[in-house]
Design a protein around this ligand. Sequence first.
Ligand SMILES: Nc1ncnc2c1ncn2[C@@H]1O[C@H](COP(=O)(O)OP(=O)(O)OP(=O)(O)O)[C@@H](O)[C@H]1O
Length: 600
Amino acid sequence: MKEEKKNDLATLLGYAGSHKGLTFLGLALSAVSMLLSMAPYICIWLAARDLIAVAPDWTQAQNVTRYGWLAFAFAVGGIVLYFVGLMCTHLAAFRTASNIRKQGVAHVMKAPLGFFDSNASGLIRGRLDAAAADTETLLAHNLADIVGTVVLFVAMLVLMFVFDWRMGAACLLAAVISVIAMFSMMGGKNAKLMAEYQAAQDRMTKAGTEYVRGIPVVKIFQQTVYSFKAFQQAIEDYSNKAEHYQADVCRVPQSVNLTFTEGAFVFLVPVALFLAPGALAGGDFAGFVTNFAFYAVFSAIISTALARIMFAASGMMLAGTALGRISQVMDAPALEIPGHPQVPKGNRVEFKDVSFTYDGSETPALSHVSFTAEPGQTVALVGPSGGGKTTAASLIPRFWDATSGVVEVGGVDVTQIDPHVLMDQVAFVFQNNRLFKASILENVRAARPEATREQVQAALMAAQCKDILEKLPDGLDTQIGSEGTYLSGGEQQRIALARAILKDAPIVVLDEATAFADPENEVLIQKAFATLTKGRTVIMIAHRLSTVVGADTIIVLDEGHIVEQGTHGELTAAGGLYARMWTDYNQAVQWKISSEKEAE
Ligand SMILES: Nc1ncnc2c1ncn2[C@@H]1O[C@H](COP(=O)(O)OP(=O)(O)OP(=O)(O)O)[C@@H](O)[C@H]1O
């Protein structure tokens, strides 16, 4: 366990780079400042010794003022060093947090695009932000406090036994009882109760979130009372657990803990009374009284030290949490970059016995898939939902890499092509193509940064976006997502198509789904598709069979296998799965037309 913590910390410090030394300097200064903060107690002891030695003629005590100034100087020196130390740890912590962000982003940039399907960019950013914030708190504050606490604790133990070990032991006894009482609340059968109490707290938080999330549904279905019930139950369960834990578990130990933390001197007085006769007989009663004065004052520091230990323990847990978050980002798979990239010759796309299984899945999404799209040809992927169409299309721009077999572009294995070259060669339009919160111009130009305004305009026209530009207040320069400028799903898809048209790549991979387009948009999208695919090699995921009739080859995928392939005519004649799908499709279209007529 200890070893693990050490490694966590070492790993985190690894991100500090050249600022690592600054962290250590800050920690050292914090340790020295703790030692300095102890020195005033010794000065008090020295002053008390001088005063008692000359009592009752106090004016004879000549060094008392000096000790007073010394105590002041040590206290101020301690505070100054502490602040300088904190400055060092803060500087190092900011750099470390910024390095974590930079390295995290740099690593994520190397991840295959498919990684972002299962890890939304907001989630990745959230993890990086939280890890950086945790690290910042840990390195800037907690670590300095932990080091300071260790030094404070050791120095406290030494000082406790230096002047009179019996009175020191009396002070320590109170501290030990206080710590035992504190741990008794967390250990044994109480640990189970504490876990239950924390679980109830989590349930309450979740129920609260669910309740707030579900408000729209609740309003639609008029179920206010019913939905609130779960949340209310979670609150009641939590409050019962909290009450039980506080009343039955914490009351006694917490009272003991507080009593002995704040009253560390409770054993000191009886011990001093017990020792007084001996000291009197021994002849050094003045020394005895001086020591008593020291321990009476010094016992105040014990509660500070104990409180610090508790905070230090919770601070250490941060290291583990921060590291866990960082590794969630850093464990993202990296896309392998070929050492000696090959240049694709032509625009042929070929799958050679390709199989693919998603991480964590047992059944392959694609099994031994082979097909070819000759330059300029259109290959349509059709089949039942979950058949593997999207997966197959995703392997071409390397969203993922095939588990076995080879995907070739221009006769070269895609994993052997420089990713930038591959991206230049392939344009893809998937259903979830996102638009940025930027102007339409910038959104389209993302495909080709050097494109002129006129070229962007032409691409938008080719993608049938004329009506969109006309209705937007600033035309091409309208910011999407700002001041109520929102585009419908179909409109967004047309902008994404303009982007692909501007890219002018010889190979196009596209998902023709027009699920969220109204009939008007749909006609325009089909026209944009036609422009985009003209004269290019096209791999198209087709959901509506009417669009694949003219395809050069239709690949029918079912449960990851190619069950049939051929032209529309060949497949309908074969009477297999495709023929059945075609019959079903026509019946659905007929049904739709007749129901629309009836409605008229
Ligand atoms: N990111 C993922 N992680 C794990 N399994 C996945 C992932 N994406 C898809 N799958 C699984 O892989 C199989 C093929 O899915 P795929 O999306 O390629 O099918 P599809 O033919 O495109 O389906 P649809 O027509 O519904 O879009 C399915 O069983 C699906 O559950």
